[in-house]
Design a binder for this molecule. Structure first.
Ligand code: ADP
Length: 189
């Protein structure tokens, strides 16, 4: 199973990805997590990404395309994968199409998780308060920025994948288990 999870910050992509990892035995590829590990390890890539991420802007397509292309070659991705946080721009989606074609892989579905804007703000503010680990980008001002970036650059991907008949839209305002159930029904279509 090869899936993309699409949705604004706070929609629950990470939560659902972790559940689906267990359910399907496929890895979660979170570009956000990979970038945060690079920051923690103080690699040159991490150092370059930190400032951009803390502002709520997108890291350059070249960097994230490279991360994903390399990750897709790993053994554990042979059985499938869940992309979480990638692609985030049309250019990234086009790069992904090319990578997958070169690797002889095809997507099964793009799951769009939707949620109301006010709920997203509440969820992320709560996450920032409760999680011990401080994320430089989980504050009100940067959150607004990330939501705007999502609307401008990432939401157009819904239409991009609709043309490929891959989009399955799931209501992310339901309880976590119900969202999972809806995703499982949707991808088995
Ligand atoms: P969220 O889902 O809450 O927005 P992520 O962990 O997916 O959080 O991403 C956090 C930040 O990491 C983004 O705001 C962006 O700066 C960077 N990032 C993650 N994935 C990408 C990507 N595909 N392209 C560009 N930047 C990315």
């Amino acid at each position: 199973m090869r899936l993309i999870l699409l949705g604004p910050p706070g929609a629950g992509k990470g939560t659902q990805a972790q559940i689906l990892v267990e359910a399907y035995g496929i890895p979660q590829l979170s570009t956000g997590d990979i970038l945060r590990s690079a920051i923690a390890a103080r690699t040159p890539m991490g150092l370059a990404a930190k400032e951009v991420m803390d502002r709520g802007d997108l890291v350059s397509d070249d960097i994230v395309n490279g991360i994903v292309s390399e990750r897709l070659d790993a053994e554990d991705c042979k059985v499938g994968f869940i992309l979480d946080g990638f692609p985030r721009t049309i250019a990234q989606a086009e790069a992904l199409d090319q990578m997958l074609a070169e690797k002889g892989m095809a997507l099964d579905a793009v799951v769009e998780i939707t949620a109301d804007a006010d709920v997203l703000v509440r969820r992320i503010t709560k996450r920032a308060r409760e999680s011990g680990v401080a994320r430089g980008d989980d504050n009100q001002e940067v959150l607004r920025k990330r939501l705007n970036v999502y609307r401008e650059l990432t939401e157009p991907l819904v239409e991009y994948y609709q043309h490929k008949r891959l989009v399955r839209t799931v209501d992310g305002m339901q309880p976590i288990e119900d969202v999972t159930a809806a995703i499982r029904r949707a991808v088995h279509n």
